[in-house]
Ligand binder design. Sequence first.
Ligand code: IFM
Length: 405
Amino acid sequence: MIEFPSNFLWGAATSAYQVEGNNTHSDWWHWEKETGKENSGSACRHYELYARDFDLAQNLHHNTHRFSIEWGRIEPEEGKFSRDELNHYLDVILTLRSRNIEPMVTLHHFTNPDWFSTSIGWENNISNAYFLRYCDFVVRALAKHIRYWITINEPTIYLSHAYILGVWPPQKKSYTKAKAVADNLASAHAGTFRRIHAIYKESGLPRPAVGIAQHMQAFVPCTPAIKNRLAAYMRNKWYNFGLLDKLTREGTLDFIGINYYSRQLVDLKKWGLNNLAKDICQQNHHPLKRNSLGWEIYPDGLYDLLLELKKYRLPVIITENGICTGDDGLRWKYIYAHLNSIHRALENGVPVTGYLYWSLLDNFEWDKGFAPRFGLIDIDYTSYTRTVRESAVKFGQTCKTGILE
Ligand code: IFM
């Protein structure tokens, strides 16, 4: 039997674009149509059904829920802010609070208003000013109801998919642009962190906790050859810790949110910057179970990363961890194994303060469409019926008792 601290945050996460439906002012909406990709359409109709979804989360004993605000709804045209949409999110928050669920708000989760992507974009140095103006509008209105803010979700995934691999909008493939995006996202985070704290101070509100959700992978050398160990070391340093080093140096994190799913087996084919960044092992000589997208299940990696995070002396929240699978038994094994890793890290002095499963609901998995099923709750995309999975009930027992049997 494993016991977690009594004030641990337990729950699940979602993002607006993936669950709400009809985010017609967002860049992804237009991109799906232009590219003929699977459309997000009504998604889970969570924009209308959120109260029922939060009833389910409450029945599952969640005490925290992470969700995002869709910038394109709040500012559908440049400089025109929608009070109605702001009130919608206020209602989302009050609905959570009335169920004793702590809201954790993400301000940017991959999507941008279409006008921003068309005429500005994150590669532009003035992008921060636009983001900050939107955040200012949202935070001033919602501050008194919110303790936890996440400025930006997975900056490294955003810039690698949208600006290096070119598989997400705006589909650029340029290291120079990616570097500019990385710098702009980092300063957007820092500016937002400072602005949020200033707003709380001005309003006499208790100090909030502001963090980032950093995507982390375990980079494991496929063989002990020096080239592989070196490449794994470099990737870990750049990809997992580069941004965190910078933000902690600047003092712009109250907590570290980490999103952990899998490992990458590093096998350097030849020397070169591209190879150092990308080469992976193509063989199957270290077979592990995989999710339905082929990602290996590697809970030890979470433990190793948590131990490495200890150096920052900041609270750590697992802001995402989850599996897409048609095998719900495997989902529970996945959750169980990762909670075990977290508990081991706690015993070794890592201040982990919460665990949020990705995701509360099955949802729109970006360019992969609706096929991957990450949810604790199954969605029937024809009737929009919700069915609570067995894994959700088991996880719910841990949320209730703080004990992993
Ligand atoms: O669905 C995504 C989410 O938007 C960000 N983190 C990873 C999840 C699974 O790919």
